[in-house]
Write a new protein. Sequence first.
Lengths: 344, 602
Amino acid sequence: METAPKTNVNIIGLTRDVYKGSPSTLCAGCGHNSITNHLIKALYEYGVPPHLLAKMSGIGCSSKTPAYFVEQAHGFNGVHGRMPSAATGAKLANRDLMVLGISGDGDTASIGLGQYAHLVRRNLDCTYIVEDNGVYGLTKGQFSATADRGSVLKKGQVNEFETIDVCGLAIELGATFVARSFSGDGKQLVPLLQAAFSHRGTAVLDVISPCVTFNDHTGSTKSYAYVKDHEVLLHTTDYISPKEEVVVDYEPGTAQDIELEDGSHVVLRKLDGSYDATDRLGAIRTIHEAREKGELMTGLLYVNTDATDLCERERLPLTPLAQLGESALRIGREDWSKLMSSFG
Amino acid sequence: MTNDFTIRAATVNGSGSQSSNLVLTHAILRLGVPVVPKNVFPSNIEGLPTWFDVRLSPKGYRCRSREVDILVALNASTWQTDVPDVKPGGAIVHDAAYQVAGAAQRDDVFYYPVPFTDLAKEHFAQGSPRKYLINMIYVGVLAHLLGIDAQVVEAALYDQFRNKPAAVESNMVAVRVGIDYAREHLPKRDHYRVEPMTGLTDGLFLMDGNRAAALGALMGGCTVVSWYPITPSTSLCEAFIQYADRYRVDPQTKERKAAVIQAEDELAAIGMVLGAGWAGARAMTSTSGPGLSLMAEYAGLGYYAELPGVIFDVQRAGPSTGLPTRTLQGDVAFAYTISHGDTKHIVLLPGTIEEAYELGMQAFDLAERFQTPVFVLSDLDLGMNLWLTAPLAYPERPFDRGKVLTAEDLEKLESWGRYRDDDHDGIPYRTVPGTPHENAGYFTRGSGHDEYARYSESSEVYQRNLDRLARKHETARASVPKPLIEEAGHPAAILAYGTTHHAVVEARDILREAGVQTDYLRVRALPLAKEIAAFVERHERVYVVEQNRDGQLQGILRSELPGALADRLISIRHYNGVPIDAPAIVDPLLAAERPAAAPALH
């Protein structure tokens, strides 16, 4: 007897509920909660096996969120600003893991800038999300290093320092996948996340995620209202999994179809008619121009599908290092004797 | 004096003197005489003074000797201060250009002036090798004065330059220049000689502790190494890389069963180690004091979230940058409790090359058994100096991966809790990411957590967890390497650890000759094994000898031993940056044991 195909399950037969986690303890209306929901959707639709997902984070509001999705997966809450190193170690130990790093603007651009930079340089195969609200929440509202110059805190202090643009910096450091998005725009964020999962290498997503408690007022450049008024979409984004057929329904020259490493596609329907997401210098120029104009430019800023990730560069075997035993790792008895006599 | 004296070569860093010193060492060893090479070098690439001692010890002592019998003076800048260190009756081979005047003028030593520069100009073409070959001339001069056959030196040159046969030839020319000059111009006046010996060095060879520790890591199954270069630990990871290239690379596919990452700093180095340990790999880093300080925060996470990892700390003289190329046992107290809050770590204290290898290997078992960072504290003396050692033993035991639940295990269990103390030994069960079971996952965090790894700020849960961690530490007390004890019922005893051991061995012989008998215990790990308290209890006076200013192990003993026992401890400390010698123990110990007796022997 044939069993009827299950409904409401993804390609690996799991329901959406499997991708949920504990209830959020963040403020109601926090952008991070929206990102969590988009992540649940993206992971579910993508069909990520929970046991292969490694949820990595540091410290801060953003870093709490890995507890709020895919309960079954292993999670790692490291120390402040040092998630990239733990993520690197985990991936080296088991290259089968899908490493998903969740960080914040303080965790990435202030205390963790060094580790962030070196993660990107090494092109560790992972998805790295910066839940970016420009402010410290748990310590009640100090500027972080992604706050724009001239933006104003709730109590009136003005940020006089230059912002650190984690996307611009990433491209400078040789990043191979860089996107910016907005927590309120699931239509854009979900396909970007899925493309990031498919990309082999470090995929950086800077997601502007307003802090409703400390940074959602007039004068903030990371508020819902500011984003609404200043967001400029580079393109619309579609993700097409390797199993789906790419159906071309756009006029030639109006979309960029990029094949990712696993055979999936990301299709960018151009809105300004010219943006090329594989042009590194163009991406840097676009980021700078947008900042000068005070625009929040979102979309897939840059992608390079032709780079070597860290595990490949280290020539690691396909069997995860964590699974190798004595016979694979110890010098053989005969070689050992030879080695010892070579010292004599 | 035959086969029982110390040669000191005072040279300029970066002049190639290290090769000459090692050739001399190997030549003496080839004659069957036990050697103790000690390098005292500057934190510098080129130009600063450096000293290399070769002690010849027919009794097989492996510590440095305080006395210098023969000085090779090839550094004008230290000439005036090096000469006074030579013992009366000693010999001084020096550049003929140096003036025998001032402090360098003595009437109780023998001078052998050699025109090194002129000889080099005469025999070698202009160019950089000339500078290096000058040092090799001194080897020839000494060989002649001490009666070492030229063929033995040549064989030692092959030992030194085994991959560069051409270098053997040019260096041998320099050696012969030295021999010929000494034969023609330097009639023997001192009484030092090297004679062949038998039965003392059979099967032994020279190795440094960093290499031994790297082999321990390799045989201990380490697959992830993350490190930041720092003296004196650098050569540990470099040796690991060398062996990984040789033994972990598939010749066909070029796949490499080891990932070695040069990290951006030690914050990242330990982060990668703990991330890899969390994900099931055996991982290590090596560092020294400043790096260890940077690792403090993640070390606390490792303790509290219970993550395996091995940290080799090759101790150097702190605080701060301190003396980067000098030795100390200055990190013991820090490593034991490194990080904020109540933390207590497993610390291994190797004292020999064999232990650098064996404890280096065992550290990986302990880290996984106890799911915690394990610190292996060697020091610059053990790590970077060459020591005579027997071949290292092939491991007979499989890895101990500790309490890891597989998908099959989980299938049989109704429930499990990552931090639940099912076995009442404080050690919980863990799963590694990638385990294909829906109950495998848990959330690892440095914040408060309950038995099921859930976030918790409950006072009761917090305290229960800390108490369990303390229980785990007690379990470790019984599992870490036991102390080594030599006991014959004497009321006075010596307690030491690490490289201090070698000075204790000689000191006990000297003390015995002086009529003071001692028992001896060598600590090899923290937490302190129960045998240590029992040993102290059996003695009236226990001299705790260590190489730091504050008596760090003594402090740990005082805080952990019952009060009455703590009062039996007498601290002897040596902390000038050069390895401890026997007089540093004999003098204060004799003064304490025989307060009314004659002045100290030294």
